[in-house]
Each structure stands twice: as structure tokens, then as C-alpha cells.
Design a protein around this ligand. Structure first.
Ligand code: BGC
Length: 272
């Protein structure tokens, strides 16, 4: 199949930072999945330092494995858990508010030592699933929801991503911000069972279905690993499937976007 088209994807969440080198033709990871906890407080400089260290570690592993590409020629994509427009973070629900207004492309490019692409985490998951996973070739409207520290959402219409949907921030069922009641994190924060979480998630999806009528839902984020324990959701008519890449979708999507952006000379869309 020829040489892999390698890029590095780093997925920054409110709880963990995950990354790997990815063959962007197939979505396959070429190195181990690296993971470190998000530094306490999630401040921009601390996060950037961890991202820089992780990219160096992945480059070193890639070299050891004989994935021969000069360091600065490997495109790097980084997801962030907030709205990203023109490379600047606009919201920060689960990381330090200092991120708001931060030029994330400048900060992370400096930390990584080469120009990188920055994108919302759920949008990256949507891109990965559209390129290689559950949304590939799918007609109509797909809603990708990632349940982790927060709830991320990506809307894909006929294969095209509509960026920066923030459906985790709906006021719903008496909760001013629904992700604080229904993200995967509440299982630990409130000590509820997976069953109780699933009942909350089912009500949330049923509401989204009522107002947006997607053709299908794809569930990503940390909760997607256990999907056989809670799917199907009662009261939801559209098919609900786990992301093909489970919790790695953000890594794969970030790498894929970075490779494409580097090839095209970094256009301004999707935060590049
Ligand atoms: C943020 C989203 C993000 C999601 C998952 C939310 O709090 O507002 O932008 O996609 O968390 O990390």
C-alpha cells in the first residue's frame, strides 16, 4: 500500500492528554497510545509543556520503530476541549479560563517545535469517523457525541462537518448546563452507576432527537468503551452506535486534519 502518510494526533481533554502517530490514509495508529493526566488546573502553559513532551516521545518511538520521517516534517494536530476558531480558543468549560482568547496555534506550535493544527476535540472525532469509521459514506445527518469530562458534539451532514456545535451546553431538564449532569465524569463525581448514567444519556439523546432529528447518533469519548453495557437507549428511535475508534477518535481526527492542512499549506478553516 506504499509509505504511510504519518501525522501525530494529540487529544487534550479535561482529564487526560492522549496521543499517537497515525497513518492518515487508514486511521491506523503506528505507535503506542501515549497518555498522561491533564496538569491540575489545565492552564495553557502547563498543557502546552505536556503536549510538547508527548510529541517528542512519540517522535522518538516512531524513530525506534523505523517510521522514518524527519521530525519537523511530521504534521501535528492537537484537539482542545472548547470552541476553536481561527486557531484561538473561545471557550474553556473544563480547562483553565485563561485558555479563552489564547492563540492556541502559536502556543502549541512553539511547544511542539513545528507548526501545528488545532481543532475542537469532538470535531476531530467527527472527522475520524467520517474518514474511516461509522460515518464513512453515510448519507444524511449524523450527530457524534463524545462523553468524557464534558459532552462534545459534532454534526456531520452528507460527509461535511459543521464545526463547533456545543450541545453539551444546552439547558435541559432543569439543568443549566446538561454536560454537568450527563457527561461520563458524573459517574465518578456523583458516584452514580453506569445504569443511572445511561438513563440520563437516553433522556438527553431523546431530546436531541426531538429537536434535531439526526439519522443516527455515534457515541465517542471515554464512555464508548463500555457501549455494550448500555446500548440501546430506550426512547431513542434513530440508530445509536459506538465510534469505531472509541476514545481514540480525537487522536485519529487531529492527525488526519493536520496531514491535510500541511499538504494544503494550512488554510484558516477548522482552526488550522
Ligand atoms: C466543551 C466542548 C468540548 C466538550 C468535550 C465541552 O465542555 O465546551 O467544546 O467538545 O466539552 O470535551
Amino acid at each position: 500500500m506504499g509509505q504511510p502518510q504519518t501525522a501525530i494526533g494529540i487529544d487534550v481533554g479535561g482529564t487526560g492528554i492522549k496521543g499517537a502517530a497515525v497513518d492518515t490514509r487508514t486511521g491506523e495508529t503506528l505507535t503506542d497510545r501515549h497518555r498522561v493526566p491533564t496538569p491540575a488546573g489545565g492552564r495553557p502553559d502547563d498543557v502546552a509543556r505536556e503536549v510538547g513532551a508527548m510529541v517528542s516521545a512519540i517522535r522518538a518511538e516512531a524513530r525506534r520503530r523505523g517510521i522514518a520521517v524527519p521530525d519537523d516534517a511530521v504534521p501535528v494536530g492537537v484537539t482542545l476541549p472548547g470552541v476553536v476558531r481561527d486557531g484561538v480558543m473561545r471557550t474553556a468549560a473544563n480547562v483553565d479560563p485563561d485558555w479563552i482568547g489564547t492563540d492556541a496555534v502559536a502556543l502549541l506550535s512553539e511547544a511542539v517545535g513545528s507548526r501545528c493544527l488545532v481543532v475542537n476535540d469532538a470535531d476531530a472525532a467527527g472527522i475520524a469517523e467520517t474518514a474511516f469509521g461509522e460515518v464513512r459514506g453515510m448519507p444524511g445527518v449524523t450527530m457524534v457525541l463524545t462523553f468524557g469530562t464534558g459532552i462534545g458534539s459534532a454534526l456531520v451532514c452528507e460527509g461535511v462537518l459543521v464545526p463547533n456545535f456545543e450541545l453539551g451546553h444546552l439547558e435541559l431538564h432543569g439543568h443549566p448546563v446538561i454536560e454537568r449532569y450527563t457527561s461520563a465524569k458524573v459517574i465518578e463525581r456523583e458516584g452514580i452507576s453506569l445504569e443511572e448514567w445511561a438513563a440520563r444519556a437516553a433522556r438527553y439523546l431523546a431530546h436531541l432527537e426531538k429537536v434535531m432529528n439526526p439519522d443516527r447518533f455515534v457515541i465517542g469519548g471515554s464512555i464508548s468503551k463500555a457501549s455494550d453495557q448500555y446500548l440501546p437507549f430506550p426512547g431513542v428511535t434513530a440508530p445509536v452506535v459506538p465510534a469505531s475508534f472509541r476514545n481514540n477518535a480525537g487522536i485519529v481526527g487531529a492527525a488526519r486534519l493536520a496531514y491535510e492542512a500541511a499538504r494544503c499549506g494550512y488554510p484558516a478553516s477548522t482552526g488550522a
